[in-house]
Design a protein around this ligand. Structure first.
Ligand code: COA
Length: 327
């Protein structure tokens, strides 16, 4: 049977580390507060001259190397991001050029923190329908460019990163089940979003003065939504696949916050040792979060060939999704 398998992953984390102690010098916060509420101890910040496509190209090259393919085999490139290089042209076109994938076309996908799972869902559909054989899915963000560095309630949470995966046609089951959802009733930029810079509120001196180009969030509401939605999405793919949570080898939830991750683990009834967590090191890297975690888990041998891996995510929109993968 024609299936879509994940045959290689890669990630890129900028070298520059911003610790909670650095943040103590920037805003009225403390390492203790951040650790207790979020579990985050540090995050990475991209160099000023780097754009999201630069991070993506590093991650994509590593994924191509681990998949042992030629970039010319790639048919389609999906770059999931909320921080593209610019409104247009797409970040995906710069990635295509950077990796020399001349036989592909590509586009950016906007689904906030759910972006990588949305991208996997698309890649899976395109491969299973015989449209394409090889797809590169990237999740990449430079949130440090859209953060209000004077707002202690958001600036401690996010980090910069990119992750990439090669999905290719296979006889063996790879992506076993995939599910994505959305509820635009929550598409309120103050709940979670960036109000200005688009067609609703174009950039002006006033929007810059009011810092409307930075992330706004009502943290407690977002927290409750994440804890409810991620387990529901995970259960949906398990039901579709006819798999019980006990059969899953590793759960990788969106790395937003360790308290959300713990609550999600409790609700889906998984042994805490089977939940992969790296939010402490990198913060919330939005669309890059689960693919960076999966790549790290593979490299550290927490995830091995043959393992059953469950991804579950949520983000602004609201958007959510889950993927069950046999590695
Ligand atoms: N350092 C110190 N104090 C802070 C702070 C910080 N970095 N950020 C907020 N506070 C203060 C607030 O000002 C408030 O003070 P007050 O009681 O004097 O008014 C107090 O801490 C409590 O704020 P609150 O927002 O209620 O905290 P919380 O327990 O909800 O924790 C979050 C805040 C952001 C950590 C939490 O809501 C959260 O994790 N939400 C989900 C965020 C997320 O994952 N977003 C992305 C989803 S994709």
């Amino acid at each position: 049977m024609r299936s879509a398998a994940l045959i290689g992953t890669g990630s890129y984390l900028p070298d520059n580390v911003l610790t909670n102690f650095d943040l103590e010098k920037m805003v009225d916060t403390s390492n203790e507060w951040i650790m207790k509420r979020t579990g985050i101890s540090e995050r990475r910040i991209a160099d000023k001259e780097m754009a999201t496509s630069d991070l993506s190209i590093h991650a994509a090259r590593r994924a191509i190397k681990s998949a042992k393919i030629d970039p010319l085999e790639i048919d389609m490139i999906i770059v999931s991001t909320s921080t593209p290089d610019s409104a247009f042209p797409s970040t995906a076109c710069s990635v295509q050029n950077g990796i020399g994938a001349k036989n592909s076309y590509g586009f950016d996908l906007a689904a906030a923190c759910s972006g990588f799972v949305y991208g996997l869902d698309l890649a899976d559909g395109m491969i299973k329908s015989s449209r394409y054989d090889t797809v590169l899915v990237v999740g990449a963000e430079i949130f440090s460019r859209i953060i209000d560095w004077e707002d202690k309630s958001t600036c401690v949470l996010f980090g910069d990163a990119a992750g990439a995966a090669i999905i290719q046609v296979s006889e063996e089951p790879g992506i076993i089940a995939s599910y994505c959802g959305a509820d635009g009733a929550y598409a309120d930029a103050d709940l979670l979003g960036v109000p200005a810079g688009g067609s609703r509120m174009p950039a002006s001196a006033a929007t810059v003065d009011q810092k409307l180009h930075t992330v706004k969030m009502r943290g407690q509401e977002v927290f409750k939504l994440g804890v409810r939605i991620m387990p529901e999405a995970a259960q949906k793919v398990l039901d579709t696949a006819g798999v019980s949570i006990d059969q899953v080898d590793l759960v990788i939830p969106h790395q937003a916050n360790s308290r959300i991750i713990e609550a999600v683990g409790d609700r889906i009834g998984i042994d805490p040792e089977k939940i992969y967590v790296n939010v402490n090191q990198y913060g919330n890297t939005s669309a890059a979060s689960v693919i960076v975690a999966l790549d790290e888990a593979i490299r550290e041998e927490h995830a091995k060939v043959g393992d059953l891996i469950l991804l579950t995510v949520f983000g602004a929109g609201l958007t959510w999704g889950s993927t069950l993968i046999r590695l």
